[in-house]
Design a protein around this ligand. Structure first.
Ligand code: F6R
Length: 606
């Protein structure tokens, strides 16, 4: 949510800031803005919508200056309008903010008592007003920023720029990520290493409650107690090139197509050629755990739901799965034999991070499955298992999901092996099935006619039902989520067996019903559920293999034929039709696939 950048340079900063913002636009694209110190004075440019609008504005109204801050917004408080766009300026202060100031209404009241009125709908404006008021009372810029920071409750990554201060940015972090980058007599600030990658690979991540006073020559970091402190400078390579679509129309299409190769790479990372585990360290073995907690949000949560089936069925390990935003507010008891596992592509999802923090010190082991290995979740986890999916830019997660599933299945197999829940022969069979996945994925991607035809049909619908049973139930949820996200068609997922307990009332001859039905021990049961739908004139799109489609008979409206696959690994393969159905539906509808409305790639507010 919201990308922040800051630069103290010896060159004009507006183009540098815009380039850096481009790299964090995945964090939000409701509005964008810059503030610089131009001939000693604060100056701002802001525009609504994507960054390209700000770039256009800068052509007509250039912004001079060698120091500046920038922001790309995912709106929390207040509509995406110019008035609510960052930087927020009050007198001598400009502020960019990622997060939520929870006590902003109290601050507004306090400002009002001083005769200071707010003019925007945002929480952020109160920060600029407070700091400007302090300056008007005689405080220096740094004193004013620090005094303001001490009054804020909630989560924030913040950068302040001050009129008359060409060599100063004050930054602070509580909850939301923020990194300082070191250049040659230049300093940078960014929400993550990706923002700063072309500028520097030498970074310091601020810790919670840190305040930083940044000049071109130096940075002073003060910890929660106000003590001047040293934070390590790390060399982090986040790839310097601007990401490109490699000839694909959308990043999402490219990322779907990359899955066979990234999954293959992952299998090589965690399995030897002769099918043994490698690079799977645990402080204690799986035998020592009596319970597994799996936590994630959105697509990552659905990966956890699939993994519950795997860990319980193969490894006989009791599993609890929860959405991160619910998990810690349940105040669940965490035993000292619990393994707490967190799944997150970005590694910055605020709810997942807080769930991790809740378990830290209580669980026997915390472990995270992340894509971004220098993210907050990665840094705060006891152990990490990188999914090595490469940069995922499309807001709808695709390759990260199949990579998360692959790592989770490898861990479930390792758990089963450690606990002697499966024998060597079974383990070899499962690993062989896993190793088939990249080839099967390629085959599925080579035959997309079925899925394109089904997507055309779906694109005309107002509502869509996704059904699945067993391991296919979370896949049905993932299919529905993808469709909602990028095509804006309302979609719901149900466990096929649950249909008759209510949702069957929705079925008529209009609503397309996508049934995800890979071969499994519940396939016959799924067929019975299919009959229940057909008996009510439901229009069924069946996603299954040849045998499954034949068994379903002629009454189904359409089918998406998948290669034959072992039931255990089927969710990894069946993620592809779930993604492609959404993708081609969105193509047919002409929606903004890579940057769908109201969404952002990294959700750093609770
Ligand atoms: C859906 C999607 C989101 C994310 C969720 C968690 O396509 O991308 O539902 O899966 O916001 O994000 P991470 O995995 O970064 O924690």
């Amino acid at each position: 949510m919201c990308g922040i950048v800051g630069v103290l340079s010896n060159h004009e900063v507006a183009p540098i800031l815009v380039e850096a913002l481009k790299r964090v636009e995945y964090r939000g694209y409701d509005s964008a803005g810059l503030a610089t110190i131009n001939a000693g004075h604060l100056d701002c440019r802001r525009s609504v919508g994507k960054l390209i609008n700000l770039s256009d504005l800068l052509v007509h109204e250039p912004l001079q200056g060698k120091s500046g801050i920038g922001h790309t917004r995912w709106a929390t408080h207040g509509e995406p309008t110019i008035k609510n766009a960052h930087p927020h300026r009050a007198g001598k202060v400009a502020v960019v903010h990622n997060g939520i100031i929870e006590n902003y209404l109290d601050i507004r009241e306090k400002l009002k008592r001083r005769g200071i009125e707010c003019t925007t709908d945002t929480d952020t404006e109160t920060i600029a007003l407070l700091a400007n008021h302090s300056i008007s009372q005689g405080k220096t810029a740094v004193e004013a920023a620090f005094a303001t920071l001490n009054e804020l409750k909630g989560a924030f990554a913040l950068a302040f720029l001050f009129d008359g201060e060409d060599d100063l940015i004050v930054a602070a972090r509580k909850g939301s990520p923020l990194a300082i980058g070191y250049g040659d007599n230049e300093m940078y600030l960014g929400s993550d290493a990706i923002a700063l990658a072309p500028l520097t690979d030498r970074l310091t991540y601020l810790e919670d409650n840190d305040k930083a006073v940044i000049t071109r020559a130096n940075v002073e970091i003060y910890d929660a107690n106000g003590t001047l402190t040293n934070r390590p400078v790390k060399v982090i390579s986040a790839g310097t090139g601007q990401p490109d679509k490699s000839g694909f129309k959308h990043y999402m299409e490219k990322e779907i197509a990359e899955q066979p190769s990234v999954v293959k790479g992952l299998l090589q990372q965690y399995l030897t050629t002769n099918g043994h585990f490698k690079d799977i360290p645990l402080d204690i073995g799986f035998r020592e755990f009596d319970r597994l907690i799996l936590v994630g949000c959105g697509t990552a949560f659905y990966a956890c739901l699939v993994a519950k089936y795997w860990f319980e069925r193969i490894a006989r390990l009791p599993v609890e799965v929860d959405i991160a935003s619910e998990f810690r507010y349940r105040v669940p008891p965490i035993g000292n034999k619990t393994l707490a596992l967190f799944v997150s592509q970005s590694g910055e999802t605020a709810d997942t991070l807080e769930a991790l923090r809740y378990c830290t010190g209580k669980a026997a082991q915390t472990l995270s499955i992340v894509n971004v290995t220098d993210s907050s979740i990665a840094r705060e986890s006891g152990l990490i298992f990188p999914i090595q999916a490469g940069l995922e830019i499309g807001v709808a997660s695709t390759k990260a999901f199949t990579c998360q599933l692959t790592v989770l299945l490898i861990l479930a197999l390792k758990a089963a092996f450690d606990k002697e829940a499966i024998n060597d022969a079974h383990l070899s069979d499962h690993i062989a099935s896993l190793k088939d996945i990249p080839t099967l994925m390629r085959r599925a991607l080579d035959h997309k006619d079925d899925v394109q035809a089904a997507a055309l049909h779906i694109s005309l619908a107002r509502d869509v039902l996704f059904l699945g049973r067993g391991l296919m139930y979370p896949l049905a949820m993932e299919g529905a989520l993808k469709l909602k996200e990028i095509s804006y068609i309302h979609a719901e997922a149900y466990a096929s067996g649950e249909l008759k307990h209510g949702p069957i009332a929705l079925i008529d001859n209009q609503i397309p019903i996508v049934m995800m039905a890979a071969p499994s021990d519940v396939f016959r049961k799924s067929l019975s559920n299919l009959q229940e739908v057909l008996a009510r004139k439901g229009k069924v799109i069946l996603v299954s293999d040849e045998e499954g489609i034949q068994a379903a008979g002629h009454e189904i409206t359409m089918s998406v034929k998948m290669p034959k696959v072992s039931p255990l690994v089927a969710p990894i393969l069946y993620a592809l039709p779930a993604q492609l159905l959404a993708y081609y539906t969105a193509v047919a509808k002409g929606t903004d696939i890579d940057q769908p409305r109201n969404l952002a790639k990294s959700v750093t507010v609770e």
